[in-house]
Design a protein around this ligand. Structure first.
Ligand code: SF4
Length: 350
């Protein structure tokens, strides 16, 4: 097979009529198919032309790790230009799977509590490389019939800042929404809070109505700047006005916006930080805050003590702030939030 760059799929499809595009994409999302030649609605000549021109997958499996409880798997995948990325699948509270995809190789945002942030940025993933992480997991599950097969949710919370790769992320969302059973409320795009991009999506009629999760992590400006170098002096004011605009524009999507808050012991979990968070919530209207226990990323931080976490949560609840707490999954295989990093050490394949 010849070595081809990934945008060639788009170039290959361009001269074909729309119904052929649909046949190709439907075939690519069919868990029972394993190659271009098996997309039976396509004419035989076209199937073999595809086979001779393009790889079936934009990503190749290097290994898959399984958590001891068997409820989380993490895959290391290699791009055609030999870059490594990670993707995770976790069993959610309803017993179905949630897929977590990466949007970039590495990340430029350098959040100090995040393993990916230490890698630096290499490049954006293409639209095909993003959807192929989802395809990887549907084939993975199809090969394990004893496992639950249904993927009910998809989150863009792996390596990279999705909104810094806006067009490819949008392109991948549109394909997933069109050719899989994934509805917009079952997909969440997470962002560090890139204000220009958040503003862009507000005014983009083609941006799908998926859920958004903004990484707040502190409503105290100085604390946030210390833990998130992408922050800046007026960030919280800008985020508050963006949030109000979002609620004005999409009143029906109020529940589709969440603020993420990683709990770092002694850093952002004090009563002062809880009070600032309450003030922020009051300023922007009713918002949902998701508290995330910090997962070890070999950084200087520790997760909040249980008493501090409970006291923080109680203060928010007493102030009638809508607060939830995320379960930690896959920490034993470094697949939990903030732990994705491509390490050079060998790992045991499944
Ligand atoms: S938390 Fe997200 S945005 Fe921040 S460095 Fe990690 S991957 Fe990048």
């Amino acid at each position: 097979m010849s070595s081809v760059s990934l945008p060639t799929l788009e170039a290959f499809l361009a001269p074909l009529p729309a119904y052929r595009h649909a046949q190709v994409w439907k075939g690519m999302f069919d868990a029972s198919l394993r190659g271009w030649e098996s997309i039976s609605p396509l004419p035989s000549a076209l199937r073999f032309e595809l086979k001779d021109t393009l790889p079936w997958m934009a990503l190749q499996e290097k290994h898959v790790l399984a958590s001891t409880r068997g409820d989380t798997f993490k895959a290391l995948l290699e791009t055609n230009d030999h870059k490594m990325i990670e993707t995770v699948i976790m069993k959610n509270s309803r017993g179905f799977w949630s897929v977590c995809v990466s949007s970039q190789v590495g990340c430029a945002m350098a959040c100090t509590f995040c393993a990916t942030g230490k890698m630096g940025f290499t490049r954006n993933l293409t639209r095909e490389e993003i959807i192929d992480q989802y395809r990887f997991w549907i084939y993975f599950l199809a090969g394990k019939p004893k496992l639950e097969q249904r993927i009910s949710n998809l989150v863009y919370m792996g390596m990279g800042e999705p909104l810094a790769n806006y067009e490819n992320v949008k392109g991948s969302l549109k394909l997933l929404l069109k050719y899989t059973d994934m509805g917009p409320t079952r997909i969440t795009v997470s962002s560090v809070g890139l204000i220009p991009m958040l503003r862009k999506l507000l005014n983009d009629p083609e941006w799908p109505p998926v859920r958004l999760a903004v990484s707040l992590h502190s409503a105290d400006g100085e604390t946030r700047r210390n833990i998130m170098p992408s922050s800046y002096p007026n960030f919280l004011e800008d985020l508050a006005s963006w949030t109000k605009e979002y609620f004005t524009q999409f009143a029906s999507r109020r529940r589709h916006l969440t603020f993420e808050y990683v709990m770092l012991s002694g850093v952002n979990d004090t009563p002062m930080h809880a009070e600032k968070l309450i003030q922020f919530a009051r300023k922007v209207g009713k918002v949902k805050i998701n508290l995330i226990p910090y997962n070890d990323t070999k950084s200087k931080y520790n997760t909040s003590e249980s008493a501090a976490l409970i006291a923080f949560e109680k203060k928010l609840l007493d102030a009638r702030v809508d607060v939830t707490r995320r379960r930690t999954m896959g920490a034993d295989i470094a697949a939990a939030c903030g732990q994705l990093i491509v390490e050079k050490k060998a790992a045991t394949s499944l």
